[in-house]
Design a protein around this ligand. Structure first.
Ligand code: ZN
Length: 269
């Protein structure tokens, strides 16, 4: 697999789901071996497990006191497209726009603009089983030449238990939106989060159904979104990943535990 960047710069504007701030992001093509980085207020923040500053309700990166929030959906889209060299300039707010809560808008604009570069891309391969857990949730990573993710979640009442396996077809996950349960909203707001959240960018699940007028985009949309989040968090490793992953009720914090465990093995080699 060759390294990839984009043909020309691309812009997105929108509000951050947690900050409620409007921000513009400008994606700049980069030469080979640059890697993926964010750039805000004069500081370059490389995508690396070492720069993760928060995993509570979003994955945030920071360096020298400058933070870029909610990077996971953009990173997931870049991972799925195999884009290895790119700088994401963040202007105005501090958070990546949530768009419609999925990766759809990023994917739609980026997919026709991907260009192959001449050098080979680094690929991170799982060489033996790695397992992380937290309470009753866990994630297992297994060796495989594939990139496959299974997510299982238990959603009381309306959705029940859901299990989904992603086998590499982008369209199976890229439309799946961020979600929350109606009973969680108060607590999310109390934590100072979700200020930009609305039915325009979040699937809100109640005891008896979905609040969003259009309903679900996939009958198991929440677990597909969880897979999408993990695809994004795995890209914190700084390279495309090959392996088989099984997540039981994992979220950003556990995803990051896995990334750190995988990264330390890489560094030891
Ligand atoms: Zn998400």
């Amino acid at each position: 697999m060759k390294q990839r960047t984009i043909k020309e710069r691309l812009e997105f504007t929108g509000i951050g789901i947690h900050s409620g701030e409007k921000a513009k992001i400008v994606l700049h093509p980069e030469p080979e071996n640059t890697g993926i980085a964010f750039y805000r207020e004069g500081v370059r923040i490389a995508v690396s497990p070492a720069n993760v500053v928060n995993t509570f309700h979003s994955t945030d990166l920071g360096s020298e006191g400058v933070v870029v929030r909610t990077v996971e959906h953009l990173l997931a889209t870049l991972h799925l497209l195999g884009i290895s060299n790119l700088t994401v300039e963040v202007i105005g707010g501090s958070e990546i726009p949530i768009m419609d809560g999925s990766g759809y808008f990023f994917y739609r604009e980026l997919k026709g603009k991907v260009v192959k570069q001449s050098e080979d891309a680094e690929v991170f391969r799982i060489d033996e089983e790695v397992r992380v857990s937290r309470g009753d949730s866990y994630i297992v990573a297994l060796p495989c030449s594939c990139f496959e993710i299974t997510y299982e979640g238990e959603f009381r009442d309306y959705l029940g238990r859901q299990r989904y396996t992603f086998k590499g077809n982008v369209r199976d996950i890229v439309l799946a939106r961020t979600f929350c349960f109606d009973h969680e909203i108060e607590l999310i707001k109390k934590n100072g989060l979700g200020k930009g959240g609305s039915l325009e960018n979040t699937l809100v699940i109640g005891r008896d159904g979905i609040y969003n007028r259009g309903g679900l985009r996939y009958q198991d949309e929440p677990v597909r979104h969880k897979v999408f989040d993990l695809v994004g968090d795995l890209y914190l490793l700084g390279a495309s990943v090959r392996g088989k992953f099984i997540s039981y009720k994992g979220g950003h914090t556990l995803n990051y535990e896995l990334v750190k465990a995988l990264y330390s093995r890489l560094v030891m080699k």
